[in-house]
Design a protein around this ligand. Structure first.
Ligand SMILES: C[S@@+](CC[C@H](N)C(=O)[O-])C[C@H]1O[C@@H](n2cnc3c(N)ncnc32)[C@H](O)[C@@H]1O
Length: 229
């Protein structure tokens, strides 16, 4: 299926309408795609904030709230924000929900102890602007934890991943949800800068102690950072 990858406002509008349309079945397809392994990755990503309970944490691009609920489970006061009303609306047991573009967050500077963001970087139109906003809304010393898709670097895991992500996921997505959206998904990884570029962008935004780790042999990746004082 031929999918062009738009830029600028056109990308923002496409992403918003695509997530609005897949929202009702998003979690179901997500679990199929990750075999439910993402629950463990999210648990670890929230624990890696190293924040005591009852901290105020903003989940950016929260979608239907998988990360948001994990924050609540680990004792934090979570706020969910997302571009797509449909995604926020489809979420279960969600705390505060705010529809907003992550590159223009409607929150005061320094108002959060932590920020999480799951599987959304490649969807942002203004990635540097979004990292700047993550840094702005965090208090000095506040913590950031990001999960993102990745591709294993070599071997059987890479071959298996490619077949799964590029062919089987779009096929399953077409059967149970929106065909165009699930063909866009593997293509959207072309928007994702390399690990080194992402690390530099986080430093430029005002983060220190910026770390990266591969999750499960590189099937996913995590960035952890601290807002500079
Ligand atoms: C793949 S989903 C991930 C949802 C959720 N974080 C998770 O881990 O399941 C990506 C989310 O990013 C949101 N998104 C895309 N562009 C955005 C933007 N500019 N600002 C805020 N959210 C955005 C989409 O609406 C969608 O809910």
């Amino acid at each position: 299926m031929d999918i062009t990858l738009p830029q600028g406002e056109e990308k923002t509008q496409l992403v918003r309408s695509m997530f609005d349309s897949i929202a009702p079945r998003y979690e179901f397809v997500n679990k199929l795609m990750t075999f439910g392994l993402d629950a463990r990755w999210r648990r670890r990503a929230v624990a890696d904030l190293f924040l005591p309970p009852r901290c105020v944490v903003l989940d950016i691009a929260a979608g239907t709230g998988d990360f948001t609920r994990e924050l609540t489970k680990q004792g934090h006061l979570a706020v969910a924000t997302d571009l797509s009303y449909g995604m926020l609306h489809a979420g279960r047991k969600m705390p505060e929900r705010v529809q907003a573009d992550a590159s223009q967050l409607p929150f005061r500077s320094g108002s959060f102890d932590g920020v999480t963001c799951g599987y959304a970087l490649r969807n942002f139109t203004d990635l540097q602007g979004t990292f700047n906003e993550m840094a702005r809304v965090l208090r000095p010393g506040g913590r950031l934890s990001i999960l993102e898709v990745a591709e294993p670097e070599r071997g059987l895991l890479r071959t298996g991943f490619r077949i799964w992500f590029r062919h089987i996921v779009p096929f399953i997505g077409s059967l149970v949800s929106d065909r165009k959206a699930y063909h866009y998904l593997p293509k959207s990884t072309a928007y994702l800068p390399s690990r080194d570029v992402l690390l530099q962008m986080l430093l430029d935004a005002g983060f220190t102690s910026v770390n990266h780790r591969k999750v499960m042999g590189g099937l996913s990746q995590q960035f952890i950072a601290t807002r500079a004082s």
